[in-house]
Design a protein around this ligand. Structure first.
Ligand SMILES: [Zn+2]
Length: 426
C-alpha cells in the first residue's frame, strides 16, 4: 500500500494519511452496463449454517497445516522470482481443479532494479457471463535486497487474503453451478443477477521495490486496468445490458479489494460513497453470522465480539483513500470496495508479518463473512432441507429496519469515541 516510503508515516493520524491520497473521483455515470445499488436477498439462517460448515472454514487458512492454501503461499515471493512462480502455479492449479477459466496476464515492467517480469492471475467462474464482480488481492510479497529482511513473507500482506479467496472459490463453486442450472431450467427469478459471475484477481507487483511512487507500485494493477480499458468486447447475446463498443473494464460491476487482513482486531472503514451499500451489506452479514452463533470457535463461545467495521455516519462523504491496487481501476471509473485494515497491522512491512501475526479465529470469521456476503451478492442458494420459499426469512431483503436498528446501536457506540469499533453482545 501507499504510505510505504517512510515507516514513520504510519504514525501520522489516519485522517492525515488519507488526505495525502485524496483525489477527485471520476464520474461513474457512464458505467450503465453493470448492476448498481440493489437490495440483496438475505440468506435464511439454515442456509447460513450450511455455508459456515461447508467446506471447513479453517482448513484453507490454517498456518499450522503445511498443506493448507495459506501455507503454500506463505513464502517470500517477490515478482520475477522462482518462489513467485511456485505460488502463482499453486493458485492456478487450485482454481483449474475447480474448472475455472484461468488467464495469466504477463508483461514486463520497468522497476528501480531494471526490467522485471510480472504475471497477474485472473480466474473466472463463467467467462461467458455478461458481467463480473471482481474479488482481488496481491499475491507478491515485498522485495527486500538483503538478508534477513529478504525472508519477509507478508502473511497479512497479502498471503492471508489470497488464501481466503481460494477458500471462497471452493465454498461458492457448487452454488454457482446450481445457479447456472436454475437459469437454464428457467427457475431463476433474477436473470440479471444470474448473469454476473465471480472473478478472482491475484495481482503481481503491488509492492514498491524501493519507495512508493506512481511508477514504483501497483505494477500489475496499472497494467491490467490499462489493458481492460482498451480491450473492446464483441457483442454477445448474454450481455443484454451492454451497449456497443463496451470495454472489458466496463463489465466489472465492482472491484472488491482485500489487503492487510488476518491479524486480530482489524478496523475497516468505508472509503467510497457509491459502495457504502456494499459496506453495509458486509456489516449485515457479520451481524447475522454473529446472531446465528457462527463465530463460536474453540474455547470462544462467540457470545460477544467487536465488529471488524467502523459504522458509517449520516452525512459521511467519500472518505479519501489509502493507495493500493484499486487506484488504477478507480481512475477509470470502476466502483470499488476497499477492505483494508486501518490502522495497518502493527507488523506491517517487518519480518514480524509472518504466521505469528495471523489469528485463526479472525481469518475464519473473514472466510464466513465473505461466503455470506458474496452468496447474497450473487443470488446463490445453499441447499437447505426445506425449500427456500418455505422459510420465513428466505426471501426477505436485508431488512432496512433491521439495519437501522443495528446502526442505531452502532451510532451510539460511535459517539462514545471516534475510533471505537462496535461491540456485539448476545
Ligand atoms: Zn505491503
Amino acid at each position: 500500500m501507499a504510505l510505504a516510503s517512510s515507516p514513520r508515516r504510519r504514525d501520522l493520524p489516519l485522517c492525515l494519511l488519507l488526505l495525502l491520497s485524496i483525489l477527485a473521483l471520476p464520474s461513474l455515470t457512464w458505467q450503465a452496463s453493470v448492476l448498481g445499488e440493489r437490495s440483496l436477498d438475505a440468506l435464511s439462517s439454515d442456509a447460513i449454517s450450511l455455508l459456515v460448515s461447508t467446506p471447513d472454514p479453517v482448513k484453507n487458512i490454517d498456518p499450522t497445516n503445511p498443506t493448507s492454501h495459506l501455507s503454500k503461499i506463505l513464502i517470500p515471493r517477490p515478482p520475477d522470482t522462482e518462489n513467485s512462480t511456485i505460488v502463482r502455479n499453486y493458485i492456478i492449479s487450485t482454481l483449474r481443479a475447480l474448472k475455472w477459466d484461468v488467464e495469466e496476464d504477463s508483461f514486463i515492467g520497468e522497476t528501480p532494479y531494471g526490467s522485471k517480469n510480472f504475471t497477474n492471475v485472473i480466474a473466472t467462474k463463467d467467462p461467458s457471463a455478461g458481467r463480473r464482480v471482481v474479488l482481488a488481492a496481491h499475491f507478491d510479497s515485498k522485495f527486500f535486497a538483503t538478508y534477513p529482511q529478504n525472508q519477509f513473507v507478508g502473511a497479512t500482506d497479502s498471503a492471508a487474503p489470497c488464501a481466503m479467496m481460494l477458500d471462497l472459490a471452493e465454498a461458492l463453486d457448487p452454488l454457482l453451478d446450481a445457479r447456472k442450472q436454475r437459469l437454464e431450467d428457467g427457475l431463476e427469478d433474477d436473470e440479471d443477477v444470474a448473469d454476473t459471475t465471480l472473478q478472482l484477481l491475484f495481482f503481481d507487483g503491488e509492492e514498491a521495490f524501493k519507495d512508493w511512487t506512481a511508477t514504483d507500485s501497483v505494477y500489475g494493477a496499472r497494467h491490467l486496468a490499462e489493458r481492460w480499458s482498451t480491450s473492446y468486447i464483441s457483442p454477445h447475446t448474454k450481455r443484454r445490458l451492454l451497449r456497443p463498443s463496451e470495454t472489458e473494464i466496463s463489465t466489472v460491476e465492482h472491484l472488491i479489494l482485500l489487503d492487510l487482513l488476518g491479524a486480530p482486531h482489524p478496523l475497516i472503514r468505508s472509503a467510497f460513497l457509491d459502495t457504502a451499500w456494499l459496506f453495509d451489506a458486509m456489516i449485515s452479514a457479520e451481524r447475522r453470522l454473529f446472531d446465528t452463533g457462527s463465530f463460536a470457535y474453540g474455547d470462544d463461545e462467540g457470545s460477544s465480539l467487536t465488529s471488524f467495521f467502523l459504522p458509517r455516519r449520516e452525512g459521511d462523504g467519500n472518505y479519501g483513500y489509502i493507495e493500493d491496487d484499486h487506484v488504477p481501476f478507480l481512475r477509470k471509473g470502476v466502483s470499488v470496495l476497499h477492505i483494508i485494515a486501518s490502522p495497518f497491522p502493527r507488523v506491517w512491512h517487518t519480518l514480524g508479518d509472518d504466521a505469528s501475526a495471523l489469528d485463526i479465529p479472525t481469518m475464519r470469521r473473514w472466510n464466513l463473512i465473505l461466503r455470506v456476503f458474496m452468496a447474497e451478492y450473487l443470488g446463490l442458494q445453499p441447499e437447505t432441507k426445506a425449500p427456500r420459499s418455505d422459510d420465513g426469512q428466505a426471501h426477505q431483503s436485508v431488512a432496512h429496519s433491521e439495519l437501522v436498528s443495528t446502526f442505531a446501536v452502532m451510532e451510539w457506540s460511535w459517539r462514545l469515541t471516534l475510533s471505537s469499533p462496535v461491540t456485539f453482545d448476545q
